[in-house]
Write a new protein. Structure first.
Length: 310
């Protein structure tokens, strides 16, 4: 083994990207999770500490996403004789719609793969990351773990078989605002309609195809015109205070698009200018403060690398 200890960072992600429910996602530079992993003599995976979670996450390795994929990889490689100790530092809010569980899961599998001298490719690591996601959310979706692992924009073409396509990464700035309101992922999924009108489905297909075309063409005007969701956003937006007021402000001040990150309550917008993005973030933060709602704001370019060794 090249090292006995490693410290890694895995990024937050924006899933759905407005019209791409469960199939599109991209990574951001911040926030994210830090993980220190040590190999030790006593077999088994142990979580020695978690910081930044307010005591909400279980230290039990059988119930925590950061350990789930690690255990599966060791079993798959026949290396259950190895002992692993984990220290997780959550540097992002839980239940925010920013792929918190995905970041933890990806940090774990990336770290163990590095310590074992990379026996698995990133493509081979993805199913293990999805196991951790399934533990956290009840669904092994890849729209957060894939961009967190690969970086950039990703398209989940299919699950059976699992096929993920890396898309061109636009030179844009992502403005994220996390309002301090509670929108559990499972609740946000349950309110979505199980049937949609054919005309709405056709509109959505056009927007998804157009958005992907815009990424390949580098056409930001087209990208902006395609960031529209007629199926999920009209329902989920009801869970987010001042959603349409914030959207109107962002679009009026230069945002290419505005939408819900994952299942919310975080909202995101894409800008060509970091200065415009920062001004809008501060304005939106004040809109919520006027309603007595605090929030966290983050601004970054789109992350092209996925997890990194610190």
């Amino acid at each position: 083994m090249s090292s006995k200890s490693i410290k890694v960072y895995a990024p937050a992600t924006v899933a759905n990207v407005v019209c791409g429910f469960d199939i599109l996602g991209f990574a951001v530079n911040e926030p994210g999770d830090e993980l220190i992993m040590d190999l030790c003599d006593k077999p088994g995976v142990v979580i020695s500490s978690i910081e930044g979670d307010g005591g909400k996450l279980p230290l039990d390795a059988d119930r925590n996403t950061v350990a789930a994929g690690v255990k599966s990889i060791l079993k798959q490689l026949g290396r259950e004789d190895i002992g692993v100790k984990l220290k997780l530092k959550k540097k992002m809010p839980l239940g925010s719609g920013l792929g918190s569980s995905a970041a933890s899961s990806v940090a774990g599998i990336f770290a163990i793969n590095e310590l074992l001298d990379r026996p698995l490719s990133k493509e081979e690591l993805l199913p293990f990351a999805m196991e951790g996601e399934a533990l956290a959310c009840g669904h092994g979706h890849a729209d957060n773990v894939a961009p967190a692992l690969f970086g950039g924009f990703t398209l989940i073409k299919s699950y059976e078989p699992l096929e993920v396509i890396a898309l061109p990464v636009p030179n844009l700035y992502c403005a994220l605002l996390y309002p301090h309101v509670d929108v559990p992922t499972r609740d946000a999924r349950q309110i979505i309609r199980s049937k949609v009108l054919l005309k709405d489905a056709v509109t959505q297909w056009g927007n998804i195809a157009g958005l992907i075309s815009a990424l390949y063409l580098g056409d930001y005007d087209l990208l902006g015109r395609c960031m529209k969701d007629v199926i999920v956003e009209p329902i989920r937006s009801m869970l987010i205070p001042e959603f349409y007021k914030m959207k109107e402000i962002a679009m009026h001040h230069g945002a290419l698009g505005f939408g819900i990150s994952g299942s919310g309550p975080t909202v995101f917008s894409l800008f060509r200018s970091p200065d415009d993005a920062q001004r809008v973030l501060l304005t939106l933060q004040q809109v919520l403060l006027d309603k007595g709602i605090a929030s966290n704001i983050y601004l970054s370019e789109i992350n092209k690398n996925g997890p990194v060794i610190l």
